[in-house]
Design a protein around this ligand. Structure first.
Ligand code: S3P
Length: 427
């Protein structure tokens, strides 16, 4: 049943918080530990349903995963993972389905991958295409190859060189994971550097990876092999921190600190955008993890390009920042937003419009005329459409502005079950 959440304007916001463990690293820690032989320990695991789906599936494939709070002990299967008789239910999680498609492609046998209503509308052709080139047989519904997927994996995949046609860490990762079981080195070329979580973690698990930056992009080669078991410490998720950072900036009386975040450059582009808008934002570093402090700021409009925030996860909340800024902000090459848990291109425009902004779009670009301050936001209601990031973006707008009614708010459970508790804790 859909839960309706009423968010009201907070008088002031103060506090320090830790957001959930990075979702990307959590999925990969479970997958690599399951592929390894022996016991791995993970701490800082994301508590969301997306990551729980990955853990459950790794169990179906023969690993033993014991989860307790944000810790896990994973024991891989000594003879390697094997197919499950039951469908592998990926719930709402695109990362689970796309990475898993690569992982099971290297396991001989038939695998069925299923998902919820939102995931079943998302294109899987982007992973099916390279995996077929490697010799895995992937079928799904319609020309965009939508779930449920049927994958016939093979223990003798071909090594390929693949140029990813869109900016996608999930596609890169699917090919790299399949490459673990290929006949030779597999190379992925991307035109824009997306998060390097997969290659970094494979390398940390003693798989040979060669990674070279080329212009704005990168060429990554994985050599066939099996990850080794190890201890993983997952840092905080910068894409979740983005909600509290924007909240701290646009609320008229706020100082909010978020600690212990993954500080890699592909994940922190949203902070550069906000700084350009005049944000009072400071962060510690350089170092492997960051602490960020966001204080009430007067923001001005800016131009945002998708390449600055690869994977565009932070764009919906940047739209809320643009709605509070002075002037017209433009967002360019944002087509990928349409293919997320919901159509975030339409959803972000609808959100800004319901706050009272004039909005318009041209092809894959859109424009938001800001109101100059969150104090000018109108109260609004929205339906979250099974999209956690839309719920959290709406909640930020409501908390800094004039309140919000959010239908389907329970969908935050997919990535950030205690989001509303953390929000209340700041006021
Ligand atoms: C993710 C990649 C991104 C992002 C998602 C997590 C990952 O998708 O949207 O939330 O963990 O690899 P892309 O494949 O569009 O980069």
């Amino acid at each position: 049943m859909k839960r309706v959440m009423n968010v009201s304007r907070a008088r002031s916001l103060r506090g320090t918080l830790r957001v959930p463990g990075d979702k990307s690293a959590s999925h990969r820690a479970l997958m690599l530990s399951s592929l390894a032989s022996g016991e791995s320990r993970i701490e800082g695991l994301s508590p969301g349903l997306d990551v729980a789906a990955t853990a459950r599936i790794m169990g179906q494939l023969g690993a033993t995963c014991s989860l307790e709070s944000d810790r896990a002990i994973v024991v891989g299967r000594s003879g390697g993972l094997r197919p499950s008789d039951e469908p592998l239910y990926c719930a709402n999680s695109g990362t689970t389905m796309r990475l898993l498609a690569g992982l099971v492609s290297a396991i001989a046998g038939v695998h069925v991958l299923d998902g919820d209503e939102s995931l079943s509308q998302r294109p899987m052709d982007r992973v099916a295409q390279p995996l077929k080139m490697m010799g895995s047989f992937v079928t799904g519904r319609g020309p965009r190859v939508m779930a449920p997927l049927r994958i016939e994996g093979s223990s003798s995949l071909r090594a390929i060189e693949y140029h990813v046609p869109m900016s996608s860490a999930q596609v890169k990762s699917a090919v790299l994971l399949a490459g673990l079981g290929a006949s030779g080195p597999t190379t992925v070329i991307e035109d824009v550097r997306t998060r390097s979580t997969t290659e970094d973690m494979l390398s940390a698990a003693n798989v040979r990876i060669d990674s070279v930056d080329e212009g704005n992009g990168r060429r990554v080669t994985v050599h066939p092999g099996r990850p080794t078991a190890r201890h993983w410490a997952v840092p905080g998720d910068p894409s979740q921190a983005a909600f509290f950072v924007v909240l701290g900036l646009i609320h008229p009386d706020a100082v909010v600190e978020v600690q212990d975040l993954d500080g890699s450059p592909e994940r922190t582009g949203f902070m550069t955008v906000l700084q350009r808008m005049g944000a009072d934002l400071s962060w510690s570093g350089p170092g492997p993890t960051l602490s960020v402090v966001a204080s009430s700021s007067t923001l001005t409009s800016t131009e945002v390009f998708a390449d600055e925030v690869p994977s565009v996860d932070e764009v919906p909340v940047l739209v809320v920042a643009a709605a509070a800024a002075r002037g017209v902000s433009s967002f360019h090459r944002m087509g990928e937003l349409r293919l997320k848990e919901s159509d975030r291109f339409a959803g972000a425009l609808a959100l800004a419009s319901s706050l009272g902004c004039r909005v318009w779009s041209e092809g894959d670009d859109f424009f938001i005329e800001g109101l100059g301050s969150a104090e000018a936001f109108a109260p609004f209601s929205m339906d979250a459409a099974l999209d956690h990031r839309m719920v959290m973006s709406g909640a930020v707008a409501g908390c800094a502005g004039a309140g919000a009614t959010i239908e389907g708010a329970e969908t935050v459970r997919t990535s950030y079950p205690h989001f509303f508790d953390d929000l209340v804790g700041l006021s």
